[in-house]
Write a protein that binds this ligand. Structure first.
Ligand SMILES: [Zn+2]
Ligand SMILES: [Zn+2]
Length: 106
């Protein structure tokens, strides 16, 4: 009885299907997978398991929208404050100019 050849001799097989030949290696987990178990995601081949993990890690759209809205609110608040301080300064400048003019007039 001869033992089965070691893995180095046999061709790469799918991690999930021992009888299928692997077509790609997942860059995330390093395992080889068959055509059925690997999918394309953002231009690279990745196994379904890792894709699910990746998608789970990403914040969902609602969270992103909330963040975006918060940033928008922050920006509008800052611009409001800037405008307000600008007009405050302008008003002071007008008063200053009036005082100056009055001073010059007499
Ligand atoms: Zn993977
Ligand atoms: Zn497979």
């Amino acid at each position: 009885m001869t033992p089965p050849p070691p893995e180095t001799v046999s061709r790469a097989r799918c991690r999930n299907h021992a009888d299928r030949e692997a077509v790609a290696r997942c860059p995330e987990c390093g395992h080889t997978f068959c055509r059925e178990c690997i999918v394309e995601h953002e231009g690279r081949m990745i196994c379904k398991e890792c894709l699910e993990k990746l998608l789970a890690q990403k914040p969902d759209r609602r969270g992103r929208m909330y963040l975006r809205r918060a940033a928008l609110w922050g920006l509008s608040l800052i611009s409001f404050l800037l405008t307000w301080s600008f007009f405050l300064l302008l008003g002071r400048l007008m008063i200053l100019l009036q005082d100056l003019r009055r001073g010059l007039a007499g």
